[in-house]
Design a protein around this ligand. Sequence first.
Ligand code: ADP
Length: 528
Amino acid sequence: MASPEEAGGPARSQNGRDGHSTSLPAGRSERGHRLTAIGPSRAPSAAPLSWQRAGSGGGGRAEAARRGMEPAGAPPQGCAPAREAEEPPGSPALPAEEPQGGQPAGAPPGEGAPPAAAERERGRRGAGPQGPPGRATRGRGRRAPGRRGGEEGGRAARRPRVTVDSSKAKTSLEALKISLRQLRWREFPFGRRLPCDIYWHGVSFHDNDIFSGQVNKFPGMTEMVRKITLSRAVRTMQDLFPLEYNFYPRSWILPEEFPLFVTEVRMMKDSDPSWKPTFIVKPDGGCQGEGIYLIKDPSDIRLTGSIQSRPAVVQEYICKPLLVDKLKFDIRLYVLLKSLEPLEIYIAKDGLSRFCTEPYQEPTLKNLHQVFMHLTNYSLNIHSGNFIHSDNVNTGSKRTFSSILCRLSSRGADVKKLWSDIISLVIKTIIALTPELKVYYQSDIPAGKPGPTCFQILGFDILLMKNLKPMLLEVNANPSMRIEHEQELSPGVFENVPSPVDEEVKVAVIRDTLRLVDPQKKKRKDVQ
Ligand code: ADP
């Protein structure tokens, strides 16, 4: 679901020293790309706030990544039972590959980092920058204090701080600020005359003229994940690898494929008279459920009128979604495309689950128009009288995905296989987008000319079917990073209030993205 500004184990662990890395290395796909992914933050089958160590479930996820082009539904191989690790609640979504600014080598990433909400409170009270994750544990006996430690501390202190231009961060600004404070990086909220290490853009690659450093957007990404372009890219792969790409609903592009849509539906109905499909029409470039409607027959398509004549994608509607508390919900997962060449992909360990606000019924002519029953968009359901602002991660109309996994696990669902299927879906989707993304990249940042390198956080919207098969709904180039929501205090009086669920997930995603792209870490590696 787009917002208006939108948008496995491995060969080796990224942080073998602490044994906590969940970075999943990488296999080589048939195209020779290096695929890297990160597993779920919490052991799916364990308690809500425990993490899975690399090397246990991670092996399964790595296997999933390695199986890049195998059927998405195949069970993961090599999954050992999940073990609980020591990381505390609020640990980062992505592991640090190396200690940051003096973090003990043995410390789990994020240990000692203040929970986002507490950090935000400090910010409000005007407290100074918080030490980097792990700092609090320094000298508490994890490593014997001594000369070596002192020298390292001194070196860390002399190291120049990473500079980040946040002048174009827009609605991700607050979560970015908290992340930068936690990392003790330097923020330039109004830009800087000298170049910065990282440029954080709220909307697109082209928000600034940048000739060096890193920018958090790829050129062409917004275009590539629009509904029609994404559909075309995935359908091309569906033609080549139908079984591998069966995680995307059958789709047609309107108006150009309307005759094809009519013909194919008629043929399918003729061959299976018991097939009673529903379709969902989604305008290209639309977001937040705008312009979306359900139909039972191709003849119900509205091809005239200003909104209706917009190009759109019409898709087979998934009639049997998995329900929780009798409600339909979808999953927003954050995926970091760290590099195109080699292809490096990370999946944040937690995401959001967004709930409908009317109990679900399979579509009938009578209920087709009930958006609170069929569309999971937060922006729509917030207007329902049944919407519940979540004050913790397990309840309400927006919850963490890990809380859903825990619930499914307690019901005996095979959540490891589910996670493996999700990783497969993510990798295959990005593979489908990669060739054209490279064309955009080479045209905007030609080899040999000065330019930044790029990385990007993408929002994957996924629907789980009743049988737990994940289906891709859409990809957002600019997933909302807001950590507040509007609340109506009294009729007509609104106030922005913190959203603990958004904070928990999104701050970790941004902070740990920054750690993964840390330019100084790269320099240290190059020197080594
Ligand atoms: P938008 O960008 O406008 O949010 P989406 O593609 O995310 O458009 O669709 C909006 C909502 O409609 C989704 O969050 C989901 O609840 C529902 N939806 C979309 N496609 C399907 C589908 N093929 N089957 C069932 N539900 C769908």
